[in-house]
Design a binder for this molecule. Structure first.
Ligand SMILES: [Zn+2]
Length: 861
């Protein structure tokens, strides 16, 4: 590919002291090299910043193009945005833009920090563009504008490199057991908050993803590549992808992916690089870096290189894979992408315009109601949609849609908009998995083979945010004001100077106000039951803050918190309650600020513990102490009132029998122990003596015995095997769980009588993953505060096996039990999954803050 280089252009060796691919470059050094290239060719490169990580590192982009293009970057961006909005760009204007504007090729690298070679390949590719004397490369620079994002996750890359460097000896060791290549928990994959940034694109909890999405919306690239690594034994993957494909991906996008893929195949053949397509990596979940940009009309693709996870790796075959090989392969793929984009310039820009024009042919609208249990959830949802480029309108007046009445302030997403497919993919209740793919998965399951579903099959945002939504066949005619991405609608305290004090409505904003006030030492009570005050019915979970016993500046603080949280705060002049419990009754429990410990390190799932910490600390502004799980066994926990065991693996092994006993005794002394997801296995293990619920084996269908183990009997009862299904059951494992579920949204009904459900909607949607199903607690053993619906009613969205659906019916989703002076709470499925299960956050906050209020813990300073 034109290796005739101008030797004067800075090389990696001249700037960093080693040849490209000889070392794994530190994030700061990647930046340093790009700065050196820019200093050499300021007329052909511009560098900017799109995010700062939580650890303070920049995420930068570097645009490379011809001097003429670099001189008119803003115009190029504006042209691209004009093509993205055919309402203001006619077909002839679009043609003029296409004739005049380069294709924007957006190349993103190493989003997973331990997927190391892409960032080094970005440096090599940028140098190639600037140093090559090949006339073809000059044509690329004129026809394309190439934007590199070389280190999408610099914090994760540094975490990897710290482990790699400290384990390194005198030379690269290819042994898979060598410490330099055997990463410690939590590994370099995740960012600082331990989020998988390649799942975060539509929810944008992390600064890296928010910055990336904002950049893509500003530049509106036509081609987007997300360059990764995979297992060492694998070769190289590029699209076409595996099934299932998301049905909202446009045909033209798939065709262009294949066009670019064929060019990469040609270049790999020339270089003798093996590769594969159509396996493993699917295109269904919209939160991937190759997913989300695609719904804005980009040809977006994932590239995956088998990782050396160091400077050299011995594959199972005995072959040595060097870091240099992996960098070279990503370099070839990046350049072949630029080449194909240059050659297909007109087609790619025309397709991009047509994609957005096609959005305008949509009909109807999604209508999101604020009049739900927690109206602020609709505001948060609207903000999330705006951050994905969707145009959302807030109704200026009351209106009728689909025969229902809506209020001013409710939201309308008109489906005649360029971002129609993005709106559909995020708002639709169901995105169908293709039938042929499903049939194949059922065949595999019947033979005891695992399914091939790569990620969750449900993410419908109205379900996740517990916000009522209707898809109406015609858009309502009401005038709307464009919604912003603010997420929170600030409120003001009503009747702020009231004589007695203030009531705070429950919900996510109320919980955020609660944590802020507890940290300031504000005295408050939480109502366990609904009540009527001054003619208004207040739900359980309402907070009561009296003037008496609180500092004089409490009204000012409440005003601040109402503005920052959006909580509804209403001043009341007297405490008389006309129905329900009084503020001085024992149904009004005093809240205090608990010290919360969160298990950390093995065996927790890094992304789960990260999401749990993120929700509590960053969303609710309340600090936790993360404690290594192994330390919990012998630690003095008496200064903590709450301990969370996040979703994870074998707690029993890490804690040991003594550690489990220590936790149980801490609960007996008043602690609130909260298990999330698979941590429920520990709480329900008979040896733990904590919760009376038990994890279930797969239910056996009528007529088929579950394969009884022979045990130590010399002979067993004879069995008739009537058909192959029964045969397969008999040869299966004797004790096995239900088949694993990739991830669906399932409806759970709430028991409104319990303090744990105070202020929670009557039904919530739970992300169900894996195979854990538990027996309900019996009366006297505790309370099933949330339980799944009937088998007909429980599935809200996604692909759930029929056997699992039947077995999940009426089983607990959240359990709680008094234990000694404390509480044990089990969320059978993780309520903090990816930080986005908004409808479950009040339940979690209740467990954290009301749990200690309903226990008798030790409060120490
Ligand atoms: Zn990856």
């Amino acid at each position: 590919m034109g290796a005739n280089y101008d030797p004067a252009v800075p090389t990696v060796a001249s700037v960093l002291g080693y040849d490209s691919g000889e070392q794994i470059t530190r994030s700061a050094d990647v930046r340093r090299y790009f700065e050196a290239l820019r200093a050499w060719a300021p007329d052909r490169m511009v560098i900017g910043e799109q995010a700062r990580t939580h650890e303070g590192r920049p995420v930068f982009w570097a645009a490379v193009g011809s001097p003429a293009n670099i001189a008119r970057l803003d115009q190029i961006k504006a042209n691209s945005r004009a093509l993205a909005d055919p309402r203001r760009t006619s077909a002839s204007q679009a043609q003029a833009i296409i004739d005049d504007t380069p294709v924007i090729v957006w190349l993103m690298y190493s989003v997973h920090g331990n997927e190391i070679s892409p960032a080094d390949a970005a440096m090599a590719a940028a140098r190639h563009l600037l140093a090559s004397r090949d006339p073809a490369v000059q044509a690329w620079l004129a026809n394309t504008l190439v934007v590199f994002v070389p280190t999408q996750n610099p914090d994760g890359r540094e975490r990897f490199l710290n482990g790699f460097s400290s384990g390194f000896g005198t030379e690269a060791n290819p042994d898979p057991l060598s410490a330099e290549r055997d990463e410690l928990w939590p590994s370099g994959r995740y960012n600082h908050d331990l989020f998988d940034l390649n799942r975060d694109w539509f929810i944008q909890t992390q600064p890296e993803t928010r910055g990336a999405a904002a950049s893509v919306r500003e530049w509106r690239p036509q081609v987007v590549i997300d360059a990764h690594e995979m297992g060492t034994d694998d070769t190289f993957f590029f699209p076409p992808e595996a099934q299932p494909l998301n049905p909202w991906i446009a045909e033209s996008t798939l065709a262009s992916r294949e066009l670019i893929g064929r060019n990469t195949a040609r270049r790999f053949d020339e270089a003798g690089v093996p590769y594969f397509n159509r396996k493993v990596f699917d295109a269904f979940y919209p939160g991937y870096g190759d997913g989300w940009p695609g719904y804005l009309g980009a040809v977006s693709m994932t590239y995956e290189q088998g990782s050396a996870r160091g400077l050299a790796a011995r594959r199972s075959s005995g072959e040595i894979l060097t870091y240099r090989d992996t960098v070279r392969n990503h370099l070839i793929a990046s350049l072949s992408t630029i080449e194909a984009s240059s050659v297909n310039h007109d087609r790619l820009l025309k397709n991009f315009y047509d994609y957005n024009a096609d959005g305008l042919t949509g009909r109807g609208a999604y209508v999101l109601s604020r009049s739900a249990w927690d109206p602020a959830e609709a505001d948060r949802l609207a903000g999330v949609l705006v951050r994905s480029g969707i145009e959302v309108g807030r109704a200026d007046a009351a209106f009728t849609a689909c025969g229902a009445r809506y209020q001013a302030g409710d939201y309308v997403v008109n489906l005649s908009q360029p971002q129609r497919r993005m709106a559909e993919v995020l708002l639709a209740k169901e995105v169908a998995v293709p039938a042929a793919f499903l049939a194949e998965q059922e065949r595999r399951r019947a033979r005891g083979l695992g399914d091939e579903i790569y990620d969750v099959t449900a993410w419908s945002l109205p379900l996740i945010f517990n916000t009522p939504v209707e898809r109406c066949a015609s858009a309502p005619g009401v005038a709307v004001t464009p919604a912003s991405d603010a997420m929170i609608a600030p409120t003001a305290v009503q009747n702020a100077d009231a004589a007695y004090g203030w009531l705070v409505a429950p919900g996510v904003p109320g919980a955020r106000l609660m944590t802020a006030a507890l940290r300031q030492g504000v005295a408050m009570r939480a109502m366990d039951k609904p009540f009527t005050h001054d003619g208004r019915r207040w739900p359980s979970g309402t907070l009561v803050i009296a003037r008496a016993g609180n500092p004089a500046d409490t009204p000012r603080l409440l005003g601040q918190w109402a503005a920052t949280t959006g909580a509804e705060v209403v001043g009341v002049d007297q405490s008389w309650v006309s129905d329900g419990p009084s503020f001085g009754s024992d149904d009004a429990v005093a809240l205090r600020a608990p010290r919360i410990a969160l298990a950390w390190d093995d065996p927790t799932d890094p992304s789960a513990v990260g999401a749990t910490r993120y929700v509590i600390e960053r969303e609710f502004g309340y600090p936790v102490t993360v404690v290594r799980t192994a330390s919990l066994a012998s630690a003095d926990l008496s200064r903590f009132q709450v301990l969370i065991l996040p979703n994870g693996g074998a707690y029993k092994t890490t804690l040991g029998a003594g550690g489990v006993t220590a936790l149980r005794e801490w609960v007996d002394r008043g602690g609130t122990l909260i298990g999330l997801g698979a941590a429920t296995r520990l709480l329900t293990d008979p040896a733990s003596e904590m919760l009376a619920s038990r994890r279930e084996n797969a239910a056996v269908a009528d007529g088929a015995e579950g394969g009884e183990a022979a045990g130590d009997k010399p002979r067993v009862d004879g069995a008739l095997i009537e058909n192959e299904t029964d045969y397969l059951k008999l040869v299966g494992e004797s004790e096995r769980g239900p088949d694993s579920v990739a991830g669906v949204l399932a409806r759970a009904d709430i028991d409104p009588e319990h303090w744990l459900s105070a202020g929670v909607a009557p039904s919530v949607n739970v992300l169900v993953q894996g195979s854990d199903i538990y027996t309900p607690l019996k009366r006297g053993e505790g309370t099933n505060v949330a339980r799944f619906g009937s088998s007909d009613a429980l599935l809200a969205s996604g692909q759930l096996w029929a056997e699992n659906r039947r077995q999940l019916a009426y089983k607990p989703a959240v359990m709680v039990s008094d234990h000694g002076r404390g509480q044990i709470v089990a969320f059978v499925q993780d309520p903090t999954f990816r930080g986005y299960m908004d409808g479950l956050k009040v339940l979690l906050m209740n467990a954290l803050f009301r749990g200690p209020a309903h226990s008798s813990p030790t409060w120490t300073q």
